[in-house]
Ligand binder design. Structure first.
Ligand code: SF4
Length: 215
């Protein structure tokens, strides 16, 4: 598969006989060509918070890794964006299997069963806010995805978690709080969580404020 020079937040440059994968910003650190080490490196954002959403636009910056015999370009991309190349290939072939948010929420059991109580309008709001922070394109939601972007075929567990919390907020609307960037990305139950506060603000603002572009 021909890869674009930019994929999500990484850049891919052919330099002589090698291909270099770089994170955002100016490279200062050369990582070893080791898939597990790269995976560990990109699972923490610049604030030191765990990144539960691999596609979140919070990749740590300032690193590069030289790909080749020890670490192929494909494996390096897999470490940063799991399944991205598989989904891109299947999407290009027209065989990517799509699962809707309604289908995902309706099959939840146990702790996440309550997510199905969220109304269609608020499911859409949760999806727009979260997917707007992600490099993947929610083709499950009907978004168009060009050949240089990463299609997302099925709502992720982070979105299910946000829908679950949002369903509880319908029952007991919480007070808004100032955004606290130190709070974990997916800690939606904690006042000050960035997505929680964005959701509560958009919900309070009404339908005209609910359109948030996907990333
Ligand atoms: S559902 Fe949205 S946030 Fe989750 S991986 Fe897909 S595009 Fe990203």
């Amino acid at each position: 598969m021909d890869l674009p020079p930019e994929l999500g937040e990484v850049t891919i440059s052919r330099e002589g006989a090698t291909t270099v994968l770089r994170g955002p910003g100016s490279p200062r650190e050369v990582l070893p060509p080791d898939e597990a080490a790269l995976r560990r490196h990109v699972r923490v954002d610049p604030r030191g918070r765990y990144r539960p959403l691999s596609g979140a636009r919070t990749l740590p910056g300032g690193w590069q890794v030289e790909t080749g015999a020890a670490l192929s370009l494909e494996r390096a991309i897999e470490a940063v964006y799991p399944l991205a190349l598989t989904h891109m290939r299947l999407h290009a072939e027209g065989t990517l299997r799509i699962v809707t948010l309604d289908a995902v929420l309706s099959r939840q059991t146990g702790r996440y069963e309550a997510s199905a109580n969220l109304s269609p309008e608020r499911r859409a709001l949760a999806a727009r806010l979260l997917c707007g922070q992600c490099v993947r394109v929610p083709v499950w939601d009907g978004e168009e995805c060009g050949a240089t972007r990463i299609p997302c075929p099925e709502p992720c567990s982070v979105l299910v978690s946000l829908c679950r919390e949002a369903a509880f907020w319908d029952d007991e609307p919480p007070e808004p709080a100032p955004v606290d960037p130190a709070i974990a990305f997916a800690a939606f139950d904690q006042p000050g969580n960035e997505l929680r506060e964005a959701y509560l603000a958009a919900r309070a603002a009404g339908p005209s404020e609910r359109t948030v572009p996907h990333g």
